[in-house]
Structures are given as structure tokens and as C-alpha cells.
Design a binder for this molecule. Structure first.
Ligand SMILES: Cc1cc2nc3c(=O)[nH]c(=O)nc-3n(C[C@H](O)[C@H](O)[C@H](O)COP(=O)(O)OP(=O)(O)OC[C@H]3O[C@@H](n4cnc5c(N)ncnc54)[C@H](O)[C@@H]3O)c2cc1C
Length: 537
């Protein structure tokens, strides 16, 4: 029997909150310091071996569609492994699906963002219905009678997995159906029809090519009504207690996000209630889209953190060529570069989350411009980062017993759904064009703190933002990337240790960073950056 040697101990148990310096600082800075106690307790629960095991089990035992019962009656139900339900119960108990709405207070969206940032590090599939439920509230509020009926159950923290009419349940979850087979980005191409039923409700006929978490209690759905594309709430059960005519054709066989079900569905006269003004479906549902896009940035930043924590932990314990990996100069460069990317993503995500806690024109402009920008760049960087972090673990990082393959497979989805990369960049152009004081608001964010590189970069960017070239669609990714880099650099210059800000400006604003990780230039204090990113015991 050979001796097992030079292998790191598993990174468990660990507290996802107290061990994460960057997260703790962001929470305090963005005015959610009051939530530290709860977040530390959630961080301990999530990082326990038992919860980590639930994440693995939920992914190894994906959901199964039950179309019919043994007699041939339609069921349209999805069966989940108990580990999925346990994780959902944990997320609801922490209020991650609705706490800022149920208990509004300064810093509430930031505190909730910290919770979901940690949740996604252990299991991302459950994040999907949690994010959609969170995002649904402002849209539902556009129909006060519907909101009165549904919000108390959406605010409840007792997970109720039973497939029964929502009014008989302790809590309710909301999904959404926008994407159709013939086009997801171009929602005006939706063909699902909504016919007035004569009693104020509508009957939906059509399909959705993607409808995730189909066991949610109701869905915000787009359909063409007599006055044009409109938004509806379509429950799984009808008011008379019968199953609604929502037929699940099949579950998607996805690259990642395995624990969660994503379905193709047909509506055969499904009961639905109008939300918002008839004919204004896109502006109505886009309210939800802002929050789910914020959640894409939070989720991807969280995935980055999970990958960096695993990589640094491994490199601190594994040796090669008579040194710990973390002490090999080239590995130090790779790890520091990964840590920088993660810290910049986290800083921007939490700054953005604060804009959701604030009122006023500036906060509104930040939400409108920075949400699609952050979603684009952070989600775009995550697959590269998770891949590079996986490589730090060598061959073991490629093996399914390790969490890295799961993080890697999960990484692209936040970029694709809720508006793919190009759609986000085009939205940034639209937002800048529509907001009269966009330049001023952004300029205030680009505070250079005396860093010359940032000052020069931001000045060039502001010039481009005020020139007509900013509307050039072909260059929208370049502009959006640069906008995010300037925002990230400004946050790090203002709030992070000088070594972090210096390395970020040197590599992202003037250097060659970006094409791969491990390209930090000479003179960067990589060791200190890596130490800061190490999961602290
Ligand atoms: C795991 C998963 C879960 C999902 N869950 C849901 C859900 O619950 N509900 C839901 O409604 N949808 C869901 N979706 C669907 C998702 O939101 C869409 O796939 C996405 O919006 C893109 O739409 P599409 O697939 O039709 O691609 P298309 O619209 O065909 O776009 C294809 C590509 O073309 C680009 N593109 C489109 N227009 C332009 C343009 N004008 N200029 C430049 N480039 C352009 C896009 O950026 C994209 O890269 C889910 C998707 C996935 C992968």
C-alpha cells in the first residue's frame, strides 16, 4: 500500500464569511455591518462538511421529470433529491429569496448579496429560484391585488416543497418564462398568446423554450395579448384548486447547474393574471431583470471566490520542487492575479448592491448603467478564472470529487442567461444615451485617489463616453470592459490595501493583463495579495 503524501487537507469546515477578508470589508463598507453576526452564522453553516456534502449530493442526483402517473394522468412534476430540498430550506431560512423586501432597511440588499455570494460557493443550482423570487417582487407590486395575495408567502422563510395550491402553503417561490424557441434576446418575437378569459384573467397558449425551476409556485411570463406583449403571473394551480394547464415537455440536459431543473413547457389555455399595463410587458418584467442581473454579478463573484479560496488553500499545502506551490514565484504571480480579479469583482458587485439600497438620481443611474456592465464583465471573466484556478490543483482539480469541475461548468451560465454578453453591452450603450447626467455620475465614481494611471484611464474613458463614437455597437464590448475596469480600479484605489490597487492598475489599466492569468508585471507585491485572499481560519 503506498503512502498518501503531500496532499492538502480538505478546505472544511470553514466559515465562508469570517474567513473572507474582502467580503467582510465590502459588507462593512457598503453599510451592512449590522448583518455581520447573521452572515457569520450563515457562513459557518454553509462551510460545514454536512452542507458541502449536500451540494455534491444535489449535483450527483439531478432532478427527474414525472410527466404522468401510472394511470396516464398528467403530473408535470419534477422530483428532486432530498439534498436539494435541504439546501432550499437553508436558503429560505436565511431570507435570501426576499429579506430586503420583507424587512427593508439600510444595507438590506447588500446583506442579502453577501448571503447569496456565500450560498453560490457551495451550491449554485438553488440560487436560480432564489434569485428569481427575489427579483419578482418589484414586478409583482405593479399589480397591487396580486401582490397582496402573493407577497406574504414570498416573504415567509419556511420552505414548503409540497406541490399543492400556493394558498395552502407556508411559502411560495416565483420563476419566469420569457425565452421562446425562436428567440430569447429579441423578446418582441414572442408568439405565446394571451386571450382574455372574460373574468379579468387571461388564458395562455404557446410555449417557453427555457423555464427554469418549474416547481416554483408561479411564473412571470410574457405573452401577446390583444394590446401587445404583456406580463402575466401564471400559477401552477388554478383558483379552483385544479392543476393549471402548464405542460412540462422535457428537462434540459445542461452543461452545469445540474441540481436545478430547467424545462421546456407548453401552455394549453393556462390561467394567468395581468401584471402592470397591458401591452407594456417588457418594461414590466425588466424590473425583475435588473435584480436577476445583479444576482448574476453576485453569483459569478461568489464562484470566483470559491475557486480562489480552493486554489490558494491547495497551493499553501502542496509542495513541488522542494517548495510549497504558493512559494514558487510563478505560481505566486498566477494566484495573485486570480485574487485581484476576484477582489475587483467583489468590490464592484457590493458597490452595485448598495445602489439597490439607495434612492435618488445617482443611485438610479448606477443601477441602470452598471448592472448590465458588471454582469457582462464579471460573468465573462469567471469561466477563465475557474479554469485557471482548477489548474492550480493540477490533475486533482479535474476530478469530480473536487468542487472545481462543478464551479467550472457552472461559470458560463450567468453570462448567457438574463441577457447574454452582447445584449448587456448594447444595454449599457442605451442606458448611457438615455441618462442625461451619466458622465457626471460615473466621473464621481472614478475618484482616482491620486493614482495617475487611473486618472489617465478614466479621463480617456469619459472623453469616449461623451463622443458620438460611444454609440458604435461594434465597440460596445470594449467600452463596457473599460467602464468596468475604471470602476473596479477606483474602488480598489479608495478601499483596498495599496498593494492590491497598485497591482490592479498596473496590470488592468496599463499592462497586458486580461488575456490569461499570471501576467502581473514586475514590482507587484504578489505575496501580500495572495495572503489577503487566503481563506483565514
Ligand atoms: C441554464 C439556463 C437557464 C435558463 N432559464 C431561463 C428561465 O428560467 N427563463 C427564461 O425566460 N429564460 C431562461 N434561459 C434562457 C436565456 O435567458 C436565453 O438563452 C438568453 O436570453 C439568450 O437567448 P437565446 O438563447 O434565444 O439566444 P439568441 O437570442 O438567439 O442569442 C444568441 C446570441 O446572439 C447574441 N445577440 C442577439 N442579438 C444580438 C444583437 N442585436 N447584436 C449582437 N449580438 C446579439 C446574444 O448575445 C447571444 O450571444 C435560460 C438559459 C439557460 C442556459
Amino acid at each position: 500500500m503506498f503512502e498518501v503524501a503531500n496532499q492538502p487537507p480538505p478546505l472544511e469546515p470553514y466559515n465562508l464569511f469570517t474567513s473572507d477578508t474582502v467580503l467582510r470589508e465590502a459588507v462593512a463598507r457598503e453599510r451592512a455591518g449590522w448583518a455581520e453576526g447573521e452572515l457569520a452564522s450563515l457562513g459557518a453553516t454553509l462551510g460545514s462538511p454536512e452542507t458541502i456534502a449536500l451540494g455534491f449530493a444535489a449535483n450527483r442526483n439531478p432532478p427527474v421529470l414525472k410527466s404522468y402517473d401510472r394511470y396516464g394522468h398528467r403530473l408535470d412534476e419534477v422530483e428532486f433529491h432530498p439534498s436539494w430540498h435541504a439546501l432550499m430550506a437553508l436558503a429560505l431560512e436565511a431570507g435570501l429569496h426576499s429579506s430586503p423586501w420583507a424587512k427593508p432597511q439600510a444595507g438590506a440588499h447588500v446583506a442579502r448579496a453577501a448571503g447569496t455570494y456565500m450560498l453560490t460557493q457551495i451550491e449554485s443550482g438553488v440560487y436560480c429560484p432564489i434569485a428569481m423570487t427575489y427579483g419578482s417582487v418589484p414586478t409583482l407590486r405593479q399589480a397591487p391585488a396580486v401582490a397582496d395575495e402573493w407577497l406574504p408567502r414570498i416573504f415567509a422563510r419556511t420552505y414548503d416543497a409540497r406541490f399543492i395550491p400556493a394558498r395552502e402553503k407556508h411559502s411560495a417561490l416565483i420563476g419566469m418564462g420569457m425565452t421562446e424557441n425562436q428567440g430569447g434576446s429579441d423578446l418582441r418575437a414572442n408568439v405565446t398568446r394571451a386571450e382574455p378569459a372574460g373574468d379579468g384573467s387571461f388564458c395562455l397558449h404557446g410555449h417557453k423554450w427555457f423555464m427554469s425551476a418549474p416547481m416554483c409556485d408561479a411564473f412571470l411570463v410574457l405573452a401577446q395579448s390583444p394590446k401587445g406583449l404583456s406580463c402575466f403571473l401564471m400559477p401552477r394551480w388554478m383558483p379552483d384548486g385544479a392543476r393549471n394547464a402548464v405542460h412540462i415537455n422535457r428537462l434540459k440536459d445542461k452543461l452545469g447547474n445540474k441540481s436545478n431543473a430547467s424545462s421546456e413547457v407548453e401552455f394549453h389555455g393556462a390561467y394567468a393574471q395581468l401584471i402592470g399595463e397591458e401591452g407594456r410587458g417588457i418594461p414590466t418584467i425588466i424590473e425583475m431583470g435588473n435584480y436577476t442581473r445583479l444576482d448574476c454579478a453576485i453569483g459569478s463573484s461568489g464562484l470566483m471566490r470559491a475557486a480562489v479560496a480552493q486554489a490558494v488553500h491547495h497551493a499553501r499545502h502542496r509542495s513541488a520542487f522542494q517548495k510549497k506551490l504558493v512559494d514558487q514565484p510563478l505560481m505566486e504571480n498566477v494566484l495573485a492575479d486570480l485574487a485581484l480579479e476576484c477582489e475587483a469583482a467583489t468590490a464592484l458587485t457590493f458597490r452595485l448592491a448598495r445602489a439597490y439600497d439607495e434612492d435618488g438620481e445617482a443611485a438610479q443611474a448606477i443601477r441602470r448603467i452598471v448592472t448590465p456592465a458588471a454582469k457582462f464583465w464579471i460573468c465573462k471573466r469567471t469561466p477563465y478564472l475557474t479554469f485557471e484556478a482548477m489548474e492550480v490543483l493540477g490533475g486533482s482539480g479535474y476530478i469530480e470529487e473536487c468542487i472545481m469541475p462543478r464551479l467550472y461548468r457552472e461559470a458560463p451560465v450567468n453570462s448567457i442567461w438574463e441577457g447574454s454578453g452582447n445584449i448587456m453591452c448594447l444595454d449599457v450603450l442605451r442606458a448611457i444615451a438615455r441618462i442625461a447626467n451619466a458622465g457626471e455620475v460615473l466621473k464621481a465614481e472614478f475618484d482616482d485617489g491620486g493614482d495617475k494611471r487611473l486618472r489617465a484611464f478614466a479621463a480617456r474613458l469619459l472623453e469616449r463616453l461623451s463622443a458620438s463614437e460611444r454609440n458604435e455597437e461594434r465597440q460596445a464590448r470594449v467600452l463596457t470592459r473599460d467602464l468596468v475596469l475604471a470602476l473596479q480600479a477606483a474602488l480598489l484605489v479608495k478601499h483596498a490595501p495599496a498593494v492590491v490597487a497598485d497591482a490592479f492598475c498596473a496590470s488592468r489599466l496599463t499592462g497586458e493583463g486580461g488575456s490569461a492569468f499570471g501576467l502581473l508585471p514586475r514590482g507587484v507585491d504578489a505575496r501580500t495579495i495572495v495572503e489577503r485572499a487566503a481563506p483565514q481560519k
